[in-house]
Design a protein. Structure first.
Length: 559
């Protein structure tokens, strides 16, 4: 689980570009550095601190070309026997888990602890009176920068612990710099203690983090978290803590805390909804993004997502009929409620986010209509063609020419304002119902949800649900469509403890048959069986880690 400094340094990244700078995680530090050398100069200390970001789990197709959405009822991976199929079909456990992040996240925590322990006040490392006036200005900038990085290290520790707790529940809290032989003896701490620890780390972080990097050498500093990211993480931590998985007694004070944390982000006025939902995910710096990771230019995502009728496409994530059916009609009704819904023309008059996120039969893409019918350019009969009748559009750059090996920059969003509105609506409803408010939170759950739905270019009508239960259903469905393919569904269903309802039944798709030039027949079918059991709400700790602990680590219940 842990590494010594000589093992760690070759893995350090010089920069994780979280907002709008290129991801250069493939750049490594000199393998001959010793711990003393690393913490002896501004440059090496800074590089070490920024390298801590690299332990945040990557996004997109990180499971052998598969996305985490393909392990939910939202999608299916077109490949065979891949890592993501293991997750989807329940073929994982104490000896194998494609999403096991235990070692990676504790390595990140160790590096953050090492950084905080060794990046002492830089002002003590050299004598100020020996520096020129110009040098003093540069030197003060460096002192400030390392101070901000120390605050960010606390933020990253909280983020790492959150990623651990959402997977494993109760986890050890380690504040010392440990080597491999020191791992034994650390026990899992109660979930409430883990939450308190994460919040205390965020308190420390917010004491020293910047509110913005605007006007401060943005090309060099962007990619670093701000207090807004810390506030957003706090809101997410408290939302999970209030959810049924961790709050079985439904303590409303936990929902109150979650709502308050989300409202603090809203009330800060720093963020707002981007005016184009479709372009939001092709941007890396706009009013909605709170923290994101920008990757270096590539076309691997396009190769794994483009419909297979385009040269160079390999197929990949296929959105499910289950997800498509979750999008309402433009009247704000479900497809089962709207009498005008026609299953033979299912994509007409639907929530605009459907066509912004998913490629459907007949949609215009890259200069031609998609042929997803049997025998069509993009349909069954072609290698790695969609199994569900759909392709993913969200995040993908439509304009790349794969034959010419053109590339594009992509940004994976960790936090955005749209999620904050959803977090607030969910938590506020549990405490005050759809329309209740308080002195500290004068905005209702309904107002928050309606603001999201009214985004320019989306313009969905206000929700009509009146009861807490009906509004809860609306919020959960809104999270599904608004946050599709952003790695929320996989965790939301677990924290709601509804996996047996959603992840233990078949994924559905559509088969399109061409009858004539302008006439098609659609048949809805089951395309993939799934398996889920209640203990899968949390991951088991891998047997290797249990053995390393020499009996101090207990296994996750049910495993």
């Amino acid at each position: 689980m842990m590494m010594n400094i000589k093992q760690m340094i070759p893995m350090l990244a010089l920069l994780l570009a979280c907002a709008c700078v290129e991801d250069v995680l493939d750049r490594r530090m000199d393998t001959n550095y010793t711990e003393e050398q690393v913490f002896s100069s501004y440059t090496t200390i800074r590089n070490f601190g920024i390298g801590i970001y690299s332990h945040l789990p990557a996004g997109f197709d990180r499971f052998g070309g598969g996305t985490l959405a393909s392990a939910t009822d939202d999608a299916l991976h077109s490949g065979q026997d891949g890592q993501v199929q293991q997750l989807a079909q329940g073929n994982w456990g104490v000896f194998s888990n494609p999403d096991d992040q235990w070692g990676n996240l504790y390595d990140g925590i160790r590096k953050a602890n090492l950084f905080l322990e060794n990046s002492v006040d830089f002002e003590n490392t050299i004598l100020r009176d020996t520096i020129t006036e110009q040098g003093k200005q540069t030197y003060q900038t460096q002192v400030n920068d390392l101070g901000w990085l120390r605050a960010e290290a606390h933020f990253l520790k909280a983020f790492f612990y959150f990623e651990l707790t959402k997977r494993y529940g109760e986890v050890p809290i380690i504040e010392e710099v440990l080597d491999l032989e020191d791992v034994a003896g650390y026990e899992r701490r109660p979930y409430g203690e883990c939450v308190d620890h994460m919040l205390s780390e965020l308190d420390l972080a917010m004491e020293g983090m910047r509110d913005t990097w605007e006007g401060y050498d943005e090309n060099r500093m962007l990619g670093r978290a701000t207090t807004g990211a810390a506030m957003a993480l706090k809101a997410r931590i408290l939302l999970y803590a209030a959810s049924p998985l961790h709050n079985p007694e439904n303590d409303l004070s936990k929902w109150q805390s979650a709502a308050q944390a989300a409202y603090e982000v809203i009330n800060s006025g720093r963020y707002g909804l981007f005016d184009n939902y479709g372009n939001l995910f092709r941007s890396s710096d706009n009013t909605e993004i709170i923290l994101s990771r920008r990757y270096a230019a590539s076309n691997s995502l396009e190769r794994s997502m483009y419909p297979v009728g385009f040269t160079g496409a390999l197929g990949g994530t296929n959105p499910s009929q289950n997800l498509v059916d979750a999008y309402q009609t433009i009247n704000g009704l479900s497809i089962t409620e709207d009498e005008r819904y026609d299953p033979q023309h299912p994509y007409q008059n639907r929530d605009p986010r459907l066509q912004m996120s998913i490629l459907t039969h007949g949609a215009s893409y890259k200069g031609r209509p998609l042929e997803i019918w049997r025998g069509g350019l993009d349909g069954p009969g072609r290698a790695r063609a969609t199994k569900t009748g759909y392709y993913q559009k969200k995040y993908v750059d439509e304009n790349l020419d794969l034959l010419q090996n053109r590339t594009s920059v992509h940004a994976w969003i960790y936090f955005r304002y749209g999620e904050i509105l959803l977090n607030y609506a969910e938590a506020m409803n549990e405490v005050h119902g759809p329309d209740g408010t308080s002195e500290m939170m004068p905005w209702s759950a309904r107002e928050s949800l309606n603001a999201l739905r009214a985004r320019p270019g989306v313009g969905m009508p206000p929700v009509t649900a009146d009861s807490k239960e009906a509004f809860r259903t609306m919020v959960r469905n809104e999270r599904r469509v608004e946050l599709a393919f952003e790695e929320h569904r996989y965790w939301d269903v677990r924290r709601w403890m509804t996996g047996m309802d959603h992840f233990n039944s078949a994924v559905r798709g559509v088969q399109v048959e061409k009858i004539s030039e302008n006439e098609f027949s659609l048949e809805y079918v089951e395309v993939d069986d799934r398996f889920f059991a209640p203990q899968m709400n949390l991951y088991p700790i891998q047997a290797e880690e249990i053995n390393k602990s020499k009996g101090s680590l207990s296994q996750t219940p049910g495993w």
